[in-house]
Design a protein around this ligand. Structure first.
Ligand code: CDP
Length: 796
């Protein structure tokens, strides 16, 4: 009889184990960057530009220097003497650290003051006098390419205009031919507005340069400590082994904490110059106005359709507004991220995507806010186009999607843009969703309500999303390949520590990585401690964003556990005095095949690794694994929302929302549900209430939490989650697919589609997000589309 340990009891895969990190978080014992106080520490504040585009005629910092308690005032001119006025971005552009020639967006960093406390530093910033000469301002791609537009990046050679790139992918000619043979072409134009990750904790750093050891230690809020170490080595020209980046607890990241920000660089230089620790903690407005935005992408989309509903081809053009510097954190090869993952769930013969990126006088954007490099925009465009096309055909929304899905038996499936999707049960997920929302019944209710003047709507969003960038053949950032890593040390007592190159910022890695070890080795999860975020101790990895942790670092944890198991098998053979070939494994224990009662536990093998190893064997039980995934993982999701729209006010209420997520094997079902709940909440917020934009002068409108609303439990509707469909990833060692961002990616289209479905009779094709009541009211009342593209209208 098996003597294997019970996987659920030891907190292995499938156990809804309580999050171990919450032991300290709910007691207020988290250790965030701002909690760290070092002896002799000084404080840094940043002076930001009030104007969006202006030439700097002069900067007079003399009054700031005179304020008691001020130790240093940094300006662009001083930075330039050390070759630090500009820094490279993660997308092969340059970005001003402190402005020298011009300011290029409102909120840009102009000077820094380092003082005894943050209040003195802030007062001293206000004493700096900057003489600006205002210049014409650009806030959208149309203005960027208009005849006679001012060139924003006149600092760059060979940059005669505001175009950053023109990029294309797919088959242009084949797509043209397919369109020529279509029965019907469905068209849609829309704007996915800027949105902003709003972590509770803003960005910050504490740089501590020790002249005696030449070592620079930086505590900072980064989702990718090793990338930052490489960037600091490049920018500050310090040797990499003398740089230690420590990312302590992070109060939310959502992509906002991937880029390199000027504040980090200035605090580092200040610490080197002053030989004292320098802390910089951003305030909320500073975070909203200057750090990495997301989205701000325009779509012109077309679907070539056969009369029976078959999609023959897709044509997409996107204009991406990147702000003043092209600083996207994304794989080098893809100029507009993974936008071309659009329509991967559908069986479409041919497609073509063109993308143009332009500069504007806005903070540099392009971070993947809870998103795998523009996948959010891709899936939003896709699902908005799917709804418009079904309406144009006069077809049922669900039936139209179903007839175009990649069928279960067609995997692996090559998408028209070149991705390889490898698994899924799309129709089954849709069925679960439709049953849960009681689809037919709702359609009847909707028709009845409509006859009485009430506007009910149902929106569907179905998508497969590429998560887990990525394989080193295709994915790199600044040339560094996007693999990940895990190191596992099993101590003599059978307890263990696992370290990875990822960095949790709320996802629960401390809980789930231990569950993977438990699954692979049978060591109880509570006996495994997880550590991440210190470049001096963690193995090299590319960090946590784009839902890549489980697909890449999680896979590395499984692989390193298997290395440990392989060595433990040799130890077991030695202890049992048989050859390795005679040994079998069951969870937590090796036994002799011919005598199953005779076995040794993994813990006994651990003791032997230190106390009783065979002759010639290297002592100890630890290993490191670097994992280069063969492909992305492709989770699938169905989100269905029902709403009621009040035509008198434009207010819309969610009646019901159903989510069906297939992310393969769920390591911790409770954490997965938490991830989906959070993602749906953000999707609802983006579609309903988060308003941040720019006026014609480039003023950022909405850089505060009175306009850019964060939903609380009060505003957030209830969500019904379904986990019935599980299609393991064929190449991931434990069959898991990413999940962290699916709901935030696929959710927005479901909400918007529901509102547009409710007002279908008006002929309105699009209302840009957020679907604020005045926009919906305008659409219903005047029967016209409502654009949200900047500059903001005077009545917004
Ligand atoms: O990269 P990031 O951690 O943001 O995203 P993720 O790996 O997709 O998932 C977030 C969390 O959900 C992690 O803590 C995972 O361990 C957990 N998860 C899971 O339990 N099962 C899955 N199939 C995927 C994720």
């Amino acid at each position: 009889m098996s003597q294997a340990v019970d996987e659920i009891k030891i907190g292995g895969i499938g156990a809804s184990r309580k999050r171990v990190e919450d032991n300290r978080f709910i007691r207020g014992k988290g250790n965030y960057t701002d909690d760290i106080v070092l002896p002799g520490m000084l404080h840094m504040e940043i002076l930001r530009s009030p104007l969006a585009h202006a030439r700097i005629k002069s900067i007079d910092a003399s009054k700031a220097w005179d304020i008691p308690g001020v130790h240093l005032v940094l300006t662009g001119e001083m930075m330039a003497t050390r070759n630090l006025a500009w820094m490279p971005t993660l997308s092969y552009d340059t970005q001003a650290v402190l402005a020298t020639d011009k300011v290029r967006f409102q909120g840009q960093e102009v000077a820094c003051v380092i003082a005894d406390d943050p209040y003195i530093a802030k007062d001293a910033c206000e004493a700096i006098v900057v003489d600006y000469e205002p210049l014409p301002v650009i806030v959208n791609p149309v203005q960027a390419v208009a005849e006679g537009a001012p060139v924003i990046r006149d600092d760059k050679e060979n940059q005669p205009d505001n175009v950053i790139y023109d990029w294309e992918v797919g088959d242009r000619d084949g797509t043209d031919r397919a369109f020529a043979s279509a029965d019907l072409v469905s068209r849609l134009e829309l704007h996915y507005p800027r949105s902003h990750p709003s972590p509770i904790e803003c960005c910050g750093s504490i740089a501590d340069f020790n002249r005696a050891t030449s070592k620079l230690t930086v505590y900072m809020t980064t989702q990718a400590p090793h990338i930052i170490r490489a960037a600091v080595a490049m920018v500050a020209e310090l040797p990499e082994h003398m740089i230690r980046i420590i990312s302590p607890d992070i109060g939310g990241g959502f992509g906002n904490k991937v880029p390199v920000y000027p504040g980090y660089v200035c605090s580092i230089l200040a610490s080197i110059l002053l030989e004292r620790p320098v802390k910089w903690i951003e305030d909320k407005s500073g975070n909203l106005i200057s750090t990495g935005f997301a989205r701000d992408v325009y779509l012109k989309g077309e679907l070539a359709l056969r009369r029976d509903g078959k999609i023959l081809a897709v044509r997409m053009h996107t204009d991406a507004d990147h702000g003043a510097f092209f600083s996207d954190a994304q794989p080098s090869k893809f100029k507009i991220g993974l936008m071309h993952s659009a329509f991967a769930a559908y069986d479409i013969p041919v497609a073509h995507l063109t993308a143009r990126g332009t500069y504007s006088n806005k903070a540099p954007g392009g971070v993947a806010y809870r998103c795998s490099f523009r996948v959010t925009e891709a899936m939003f465009f896709q699902e908005r186009m799917m709804q418009a096309a079904a309406d144009d055909l006069g077809m049922d929304q669900a039936a139209f999607r179903r007839m175009n899905f990649v069928p279960d038996e067609a995997f692996p499936h090559r998408t028209p843009f070149g991705f390889l999707t490898d698994s899924g049960q799309y129709a089954k997920c849709l069925d679960v969703g439709l049953t849960a929302i009681d689809y037919e019944n709702f359609r009847q209710q909707q028709a009845e309500a409509h006859s009485r003047g009430r506007l009910l709507g149902l929106g569907i969003s179905t998508m497969t999303e590429p998560l887990g960038a990525g394989n080193s053949r295709e994915y790199d950032i600044l040339g560094i390949k996007m693999f990940d890593s895990a190191e596992l040390k099993v101590h003599m007592t059978g307890k263990a520590i696992v370290r990875t190159g990822a960095r949790t910022q709320g996802q629960g890695h401390e809980t789930t990585w231990a569950q993977i070890v438990a699954h692979e080795l049978g060591i109880p999860a509570e006996d495994v401690v997880v550590e991440e975020g210190d470049t001096d101790t963690a193995p090299f990895g590319m960090g946590t964003y784009a839902s890549r942790s489980t697909p890449v670092a999680g896979a590395a944890v499984a692989m390193v556990s298997r290395k440990i198991r392989a060595k433990a098998r040799k130890l077991a053979a030695h202890l049992l005095e048989v050859s390795e070939e005679d040994i079998e494994w069951e969870l937590g224990r090796f036994y002799i095949r011919s005598a199953p009662d005779r076995g040794v536990t993994i813990q006994e093998c651990a003791v032997a690794a230190y106390a009783n190893m065979p002759d010639g064997m290297e002592p100890g039980l630890d290993a490191t694994a670097y994992y280069d995934p063969p492909n992305l993982t492709w989770p699938f999701a169905v989100y269905i929302v029902t709403v009621e729209v009040d035509p008198e006010t434009g207010v819309w209420d969610v009646l019901n929302m159903v989510a069906v997520d297939d992310c393969g094997v769920r390591i911790n079902p409770m954490i997965v549900e938490g991830q989906i709940m959070g993602g749906l909440t953000e999707a609802y917020a983006m579609s309903n209430m988060q308003f941040i934009t720019f006026d014609a002068d480039g003023n950022c409108v909405g850089a505060n939490y009175m306009d850019y609303l964060l939903p609380t439990a009060w505003e957030t509707p209830g969500f019904e989650l379904h986990s019935e469909v599980v299609t393991p990833c064929p190449h991931h060692p434990i069959g898991a697919k990413g999940i962290g961002e699916c709901a935030a990616v696929g959710g927005p289209a479901a909400f918007v589609n529901a509102v547009l479905d409710a007002i279908k009779g008006t002929g309105v094709r699009n209302i840009d997000m957020p679907l604020l009541p005045d926009r919906v009211w305008e659409a219903v009342t005047y029967r016209r589309d409502v654009s949200g593209a900047p500059p903001v209208r005077s009545d917004d």
